[in-house]
Design a protein around this ligand. Structure first.
Ligand code: NAD
Length: 310
């Protein structure tokens, strides 16, 4: 019997790459998504006897016939633009959606993974961020809807692990990029690449000195699979520690795409973190995992994908 996986948010950027990878590992895969920020075009190439798509809002009761071995809970708006436009839905999917997905995993005796985020660290007061750090989040700021939903999701997941003896995992994902990101979803890389390809000005928020650490999607998927198949239950950072300023990333994209774009500055959004870099010592030790794709190569692959879709 093939293992059977349910991926919530399966039509999104990360969810679709995860579905693809699980099919390669020999799983039967069900992608469940309400297509709020995801799209069928991300998964239509996966159609086949081992893959099924179910359109469903996971904040509502989830029913699935038959066995399920793994539940990967990835449904949630993820870009600041999306969650600032969908604040109540973001809170609902992080809270009610996580509850429903955990409930299904409990009923099926499945392993469960919560896709959490580096945003649980907020605007961090320690650098790089390690799993023991509890974070510096403004609960009532505009970004609080996402950060607090994920923090609640982590607490709920640990409660199901401790009090219902479930096999749960929490991955804290740091900025990840690659093919299938939506142009103009507000995140830096899918905003910069189309601007560069059209030779339009590249819009940098603030002075561009804030840092991010970008992980290529293939590396992330490998890391989260190793975590799911491990027997560790506390949160684990998965991301690429290669830290760059936003301006350096924009310049790299201009260089690799041969663009004539210039940089322009726009006001910094409220509570935008100043620095972001994962400490991945735990993932290295526990999962023997570290990212392999250098930033130049990952950005090059992403530019090529955008060239084809734009
Ligand atoms: P995405 O927007 O591309 O994917 C999210 C998917 O969830 C979409 O397909 C959307 O339609 C679906 N969805 C939203 N609400 C739903 C609901 N109520 N019911 C069913 N489906 C619903 O975003 P992504 O970048 O692929 O992020 C996936 C997950 O990873 C999210 O949970 C996000 O918080 C987490 N994450 C991503 C990153 C990153 O850098 N991409 C970083 C940290 C955490």
């Amino acid at each position: 019997m093939k293992p059977r996986s349910l991926v919530t948010g399966g039509a999104g950027f990360l969810g679709s790459h995860l579905c693809e990878h699980l099919l390669k590992l020999g799983h039967q895969v069900i992608a469940m998504d309400n297509l709020l920020t995801g799209t069928i075009s991300n998964i239509e190439h996966l159609q086949g006897e081992d893959f099924k798509f179910i359109k469903h809002d996971v904040t509502e009761y989830i029913y699935l016939a038959g066995p399920v071995n793994y539940v990967w809970h990835f449904a949630s708006p993820a870009s600041p633009l999306d969650y600032l436009q969908l604040p109540i839905h973001t809170l609902k999917v992080g809270a009610l959606g996580t509850h429903k997905a955990l409930g299904l995993a409990f009923e099926k005796k499945a392993s469960f993974m919560l896709a959490s985020t580096s945003e649980v660290y907020g605007d961090p007061l320690i650098h790089p961020q390690e799993e023991e750090y509890w974070g510096n989040v403004n609960p009532v700021g505009p970004r609080g809807v996402y950060d607090e939903a994920k923090r609640f999701g982590e607490a709920l997941t640990m409660a199901y692990h401790r009090y219902k003896d479930m096999n749960t995992k929490i991955v804290r994902i740091f900025n990840t990029y690659g093919p299938r990101m939506r142009p103009n979803d507000g995140r830096a890389i899918p905003t910069f690449i189309p601007q560069a390809l059209k030779n339009e000005p590249i819009t940098i928020f603030g002075d561009g000195k804030q840092t991010r650490s970008f992980c290529y999607v293939d590396d992330l998927i490998e890391g989260i699979c190793r975590l799911m198949f491990s027997d560790y239950h506390e949160p684990v950072n998965i991301g690429n520690p290669h830290e760059m300023t936003i301006t350096e990333m924009a310049q790299l994209i201009i260089e690799l795409s041969g663009s004539k774009s210039k940089l322009i500055n726009k006001p910094l959004p409220v509570d935008d973190p100043k620095v972001r870099q994962p400490n991945i010592s735990l993932a290295k030790k526990l999962l023997d995992w570290e990212p392999k794709v250098p930033v130049n190569e990952g950005i090059q692959r992403t530019i090529e994908w955008f060239q084809n879709v734009l």
